[in-house]
Design a protein. Structure first.
Length: 186
């Protein structure tokens, strides 16, 4: 029971104090689960992040669910998921009741401008941490650079290409190189 409460409170804290959605939360989740709680290794966390991104649903909730499941089975997954979702749900529900009046407050509007910058930095930080811990192989680095350039072009030039297509292309290239090399690690 203590573990379930710990999972709930841990992810409720992350859900309550992290702005910007799943990608901004990944760095916080990793810090909490790997460095503070020692619930898993960094490699396990990277695997979870890849799986969470590849499955339907928000990445932060998928990550919380997987961590909860790894720690305490189905009931742990439920505790972590509810912990992650509940604070945001309550806050958004309350804000929606007073949204127009809320955004007219100058200090609130200005705070949200700063929060946008902070969210961008959190996402950038998560990307850098994953990049630093990625195997230093030419194929891995090349695919990462391809993905970065593709996503920058998509965003800067408003090109309508699905990020899923970029991920699938990277997977196909990686598999092709793997099979050309005769099944060895690329």
């Amino acid at each position: 029971m203590n573990l379930l409460l710990e999972l709930f409170l841990c992810f409720a804290k992350i859900g309550l104090f992290t702005f910007g959605g799943g990608y901004a939360m990944i760095a916080i989740i990793e810090n909490t689960c790997v460095e503070q709680k020692k619930w898993m290794t960094h490699d396990e966390m990277m695997d979870i992040a890849v799986i969470a991104e590849s499955t339907p649903g928000p990445i932060a909730i998928n990550t919380a669910t997987h961590v909860g499941y790894k720690r305490a089975g189905v009931i742990g997954a439920l505790a972590a998921t509810v912990g992650m979702v509940l604070p945001s749900f309550v806050i958004i529900f309350l804000i929606s009741m007073f949204l127009e009046q809320f955004m007219e407050i100058t200090i609130i509007a200005n705070a949200f401008q700063g929060i946008k910058i902070g969210v961008g930095l959190l996402i950038f930080d998560a990307g850098l941490k994953m990049m630093k811990k990625m195997p230093a192989k030419k194929l891995s680095r090349g695919l990462m650079i391809f993905g970065l350039v593709a996503m920058l072009c998509i965003n800067l030039f408003s090109i309508r290409i699905s990020s899923v297509l970029v991920m699938l292309t990277a997977a196909v290239v990686s598999l092709a190189v793997h099979f050309v090399k005769g099944g060895r690690n690329a």
